[in-house]
Design a protein around this ligand. Sequence first.
Ligand code: AMP
Length: 143
Amino acid sequence: MTDDAECVFCRIAAGKIPCTAVLETPDCLAFMDIGPLAEGHVLLIPKAHVVTLDEMSPEQSAALFRHLPSLVSAVQAATGCEGVNVLQNNGRAAHQEVMHVHVHVIPRNPGDTFHFNWPAGRYPPGRVEELVGKIRDHLAGGS
Ligand code: AMP
């Protein structure tokens, strides 16, 4: 979990690439997204290089996510948006393009241009119980 010289968000955290910061602590940085999905789109990152959320310790994730309530509140107040999507793309299959953990705070308004495809499905008989068992086992094993 060392800083990665090739990582754009490590470079931003180190002050080697400029950003428009809105919040900085010893562990975290929040700054304006360079390609906003809406005006006021903010990114929150840990300064340490971690690729995906599942690689973070509970302490690291707590230090990051503790800023979300005030960040969401500030973005809502500043933009006057009616809602906010808090989005964390985790892994390339989930549309993560910058491989350093980050959380998007995206202002939303009725009729805006950001859309989800949300193809809600149904489980075949027995499948949800099978998955619940596996997830519980992994949680109990701490992995
Ligand atoms: P993701 O698809 O979740 O990996 O999103 C990466 C986000 O990082 C995108 O919304 C980009 O616009 C944003 N981004 C990439 N480079 C920069 C940068 N130098 N400054 C601010 N935002 C950036």
